[in-house]
Design a protein around this ligand. Structure first.
Ligand SMILES: *Cc1c(COP(=O)(O)O)cnc(C)c1O
Length: 428
């Protein structure tokens, strides 16, 4: 039997040849803008390939030209990221937002129509509803509680179904962990697409990937990451990534070349280092999150808990969860009795857990969605999806879980208005 090496075993050396770098066990930082050709003929051959003027010869790799097009740190990183999602190709960007905006710009032209899940990351929402709209790309959002039939009806109701070109989803949704069914979205794309006009499905997999969900398996065409989060994992860099088949990645990479928003060699080098511990970090974060969720589920001040590890069996969410995810992840949100005042008292009394936005890092973070990450969301949508003034979001890190819980316990004890709640648990 052929043994398949797991991605985590490949993260230390895959795609790197020490003999090309004086035997250094790790890739040096290739802090260079350009690369010297051995001959004019070689330079010509590289450019022909880069511009698609000839086919690759067997086993031929694109030669190094210029760091906006390619660089060893960028290429090794992209090869390693492909392993987790079993994707044919990957492009790394200087931020999650640049990965997202590049995909949206490549697959949507003026006159096209976009269907997207709500809520999305605030920056994505702004790009869709403000920038894309300003260049003539209209869109409509659906919410996690809507069924396939309802969403199809929604699109038809706009009169723009014929122009639908892209479906963009973010699952689990931030901050309440609502789940979107990727296979259902693929079926919606297939419902509207024709032979002449494919409709692609893009999934922002930042919350669960690349370890716990691999959307290509469920019919997604493009996976997008903010690599600032779990992939980077140390709150010390900003980066993004897109993965897909060779054809779609060819398009994404050409646009990246001309927007010039690739990640720089140093960021790529940091990400290579992060990838070596990705699995152990994420697994410990998930274990800690389970302990924290267990604690919160018993706390008298908590009226609602949003955690994927305890969905009611038989519910639609639980069915999607079992199919799409391998872990409950490390993101938790909970509603405190009271409102903003109680939530702020809690947040201001945390000592170990830092009060900051972002997520997926080694340190635990807490924030207040209604007044921070989701301040731009309309009042109506906030109510619909449960972003209340008492809602707190936690990203659980790799500290000792007893210390995280003790920190939460202390901050809870500092809340002045201690109404005991009627608990509704695990509502997602
Ligand atoms: C942070 C985040 C982004 C944006 O990524 P940046 O790296 O900050 O540009 C996009 N989507 C999700 C789900 C995120 O959490």
């Amino acid at each position: 039997m052929k043994s398949i090496i797991h991605p985590e075993s490949h993260m230390m050396s895959y795609g790197y040849k020490p003999e090309l770098s004086e035997g250094a066990i790790k890739p040096p930082i290739f802090q260079t803008s350009t690369f010297v050709f051995k001959s004019a003929e070689e330079g010509k051959a590289y450019f022909q390939l880069a511009y698609g003027l000839r086919e690759k010869e067997q086993n031929e790799e694109l030669g190094l030209i210029y760091s906006r097009i390619n660089n060893p740190n960028l290429e090794i990183l992209e090869d390693r990221l492909c392993l987790w999602d079993q994707a044919e190709d990957c492009a790394v960007f200087e931020s999650g937002m640049s990965a997202i905006s590049t995909v949206l710009l490549e697959f949507l032209k003026p006159g096209d129509f976009l269907l997207y899940s709500m809520p999305t990351y605030g920056g994505t929402d702004h790009f869709i509803t403000q920038f894309l709209k300003s260049i003539g790309v209209d869109s409509i959002g659906f919410s996690p509680d809507q069924t396939k039939e309802e969403i199809i009806e929604l699109v038809e109701g706009t009169g723009k179904a014929n122009n639908l070109s892209l479906i963009y989803i973010e699952t689990p949704a931030n901050p309440t962990n609502d789940l979107i069914d990727i296979e259902m979205c693929k079926a919606i794309a297939q419902h509207f697409e024709s032979h002449e006009k494919p409709i692609y499905l893009a999934v922002d997999n930042t919350y669960m990937g690349p370890l716990w969900s691999n959307p290509l398996q469920f019919g997604a065409d493009l996976i997008i990451y903010s690599a600032t989060k779990y992939i980077g994992g140390h709150s010390d860099l900003i980066a993004g990534a897109v993965l897909a088949n060779r054809e779609l990645m060819g398009r994404v990479k050409v646009l990246r070349t001309f927007l010039g928003n690739m990640a720089n060699p140093h960021t790529c080098w940091l990400l290579l280092r992060s990838l070596e511990t990705l699995k152990v970090r994420m697994e410990q974060q998930a274990l800690n999150a389970k302990a924290v969720a267990d604690y919160l589920s018993q706390h008298a001040m908590v009226s609602k808990l949003y955690y994927l590890g305890g969905l009611s069996p038989g519910s639609r969410s639980s069915e999607i969860y079992n199919r799409q995810y391998k872990s409950a992840g490390a993101m938790i949100a909970f509603e405190l009795n009271g409102g903003e005042q109680e939530a702020f008292q809690f947040l201001n009394n945390l000592k170990l857990i830092k009060l900051a936005v972002s997520l997926g890092s080694t340190e635990s973070l807490a924030q207040h969605p209604a007044s921070m990450t989701h301040i731009g969301v309309s009042k109506e949508l906030k109510e619909r999806i449960g972003i209340t003034d008492g809602l707190v979001r936690l990203s659980i890190g790799i500290e000792n879980s007893n210390d995280i819980i003790a920190d939460i316990d202390y901050a809870m004890s500092k809340i002045e208005n201690k109404t005991i709640s009627k608990k509704i648990l695990n509502i997602v």
